[in-house]
Write a protein of this length. Structure first.
Length: 455
């Protein structure tokens, strides 16, 4: 039986699932997950298909951490949805009294959430590599240090030894403890001191896709997976974007309280949009959306000319135009309530929206290079320059293909499809037959090129 560490270190493409926060609106995400599970089960000819066997790392924030953890222990998306309906009704069904809300700043009692998570996850700990069947990352924020924590289960993680015995339900509570909704979750850190942890959505990781990409790729972390649009897939699922647009008159007479109430919406909108922007310029993204009217969808604007992964983002804008296109007809007041994060009356409606959106937006061709759980080996070899591979090289001469060359008398840099290329003073800037630029060392240029008599 393959261990988690062996799975993490195995060759071949890696697949990551990112799940946004959004309270009760997380049920919308489950519509996308059911569609993914159904489609990939058919592709792999496996009626008992589980997303934990497909995705090598599943991460989430707040409500996304609940869903991520359910999937990571092997639950099917349909099972998670049934649990979610029950959870939502219990968690947001009992409000605290007015005075407790006024003096303690919490809208709901933590106990129903705690009991529900204990019943769901039992004695599973973060380091349980038998019951947690794939990579799992839960995002939370430590309130007193203002630091965002990515709590993951890689056995070689820097803090794994300290965190591995944390009950999984407590880690999830730490991610879901949204200020003004629930009290913080208190966990002991590695030094034995207690930390106050709150909803990871009160940060840049309400959409955790960028942080999951960094977790998977940076040398600071233990995963260090190979980059490239055919080597890494990120599927990012939202919980519905609220339509925040309004007329200028809305702000003409705003007082201090009105501005204060609006500030979190401004911050959360920009945080999510920034994640989307960065992920689109890092990747090949068939689902790219327009960031704004000037930048557009950024296709063809790969950062440093290199596509580090394939990125698929699925979400729904909870606005009349998009909902009507999906076949729903709501009154403006009804649409406004859909954005509420703590209204269990919306569960069935949001679930239906997620299911319809998934059938409309998720395309089989998006997964062309990542269709199978166990893909056939590509037989790729990784070559390093100046290394002898004992291959049967045969002599060839370059065809007479005219290029343009210009000697540059100072240090210079070029953005190429392979990344940033540097040249030193005296080297040549080469313009290829397709208009591409690259640098050529002055000595190599003299040995390789001669002036052409052709135009």
């Amino acid at each position: 039986m393959t261990t988690l560490l062996e799975r993490f270190n195995a060759p071949g493409p890696k697949r990551i699932l990112s799940l946004d926060g959004g309270g009760i609106r997380g049920v919308l995400t489950l519509g996308f997950l059911e569609r993914l599970e159904e489609m990939l089960a058919a592709e792999n000819n496996d009626p008992d298909f589980r997303l934990c066997d497909y995705f090598d790392l599943i991460g989430g924030t707040s409500t996304g951490s609940i869903i991520a953890s359910c999937l990571a222990i092997g639950m099917k998306a349909s099972e998670v949805k049934k649990q979610y309906f029950d959870l939502g009704t219990k968690i947001f069904g009992l409000k605290t009294g007015f005075f407790q809300y006024l003096f303690k700043g919490v809208k709901y009692n933590n106990k129903p959430l705690e009991v529900a998570l204990k019943n769901l996850f039992g004695d599973i700990t973060l380091g349980d590599s038998e019951k947690i069947r794939t990579g799992l990352c839960v995002f939370t924020k430590r309130a007193e240090t203002f630091s965002t924590w990515a709590i993951h289960n890689h056995p070689e993680g820097k803090f794994f030894t300290q965190n591995k015995d944390w009950p999984l339900w407590q880690v999830i509570m730490a991610s879901a403890a949204a200020p003004t909704y629930f009290l913080p979750m208190f966990l002991k850190d590695g030094s034995g001191g207690q930390g106050a942890f709150i909803d990871g959505g009160i940060s840049m990781v309400n959409n955790p896709s960028l942080r999951l990409f960094l977790l998977a790729s940076l040398n600071s972390y233990p995963f260090q997976w190979r980059l490239g649009k055919r080597n890494m897939l990120m599927v990012s699922l939202g919980t519905g974007n609220i339509d925040q647009r309004s007329g200028f008159a809305t702000y003409q007479k705003n007082n201090l309280m009105a501005w204060a109430a609006k500030m979190p919406e401004f911050f959360m909108h920009d945080a999510n949009l920034s994640n989307q922007l960065i992920m689109q310029i890092l990747s090949d993204s068939p689902t790219a959306v327009a960031i704004d009217s000037e930048m557009g969808d950024l296709k063809g604007n790969a950062f440093l000319g290199y596509q580090a992964l394939t990125y698929l983002r699925y979400n729904v804008r909870l606005a009349a135009e998009e909902l009507t296109a999906l076949g729903f007809h709501f009154k403006p007041a009804e649409i406004k309530t859909l954005g509420e994060m703590d209204n269990p009356k919306n569960l069935a409606t949001l679930s239906a929206i997620g299911e319809k959106a998934a059938k409309t937006y998720i395309k089989e061709e998006h997964f062309t290079d990542f269709r199978f759980v166990n893909p056939a080996p590509k037989g790729e070899t990784y070559f390093v320059s100046y290394t002898d591979y004992n291959l049967p090289f045969e002599p060839y001469a370059k065809k007479d293909i005219p290029i343009g060359a210009c000697r540059i008398d100072h240090d210079f840099e070029i953005m190429t499809m392979e990344g940033l290329m540097r040249g030193k003073a005296g080297d040549y800037l080469i313009k290829g037959v397709r208009g591409e630029y690259y640098a050529c060392d002055a000595d190599v240029f003299k040995e390789t090129y001669a002036r052409s008599t052709k135009g």
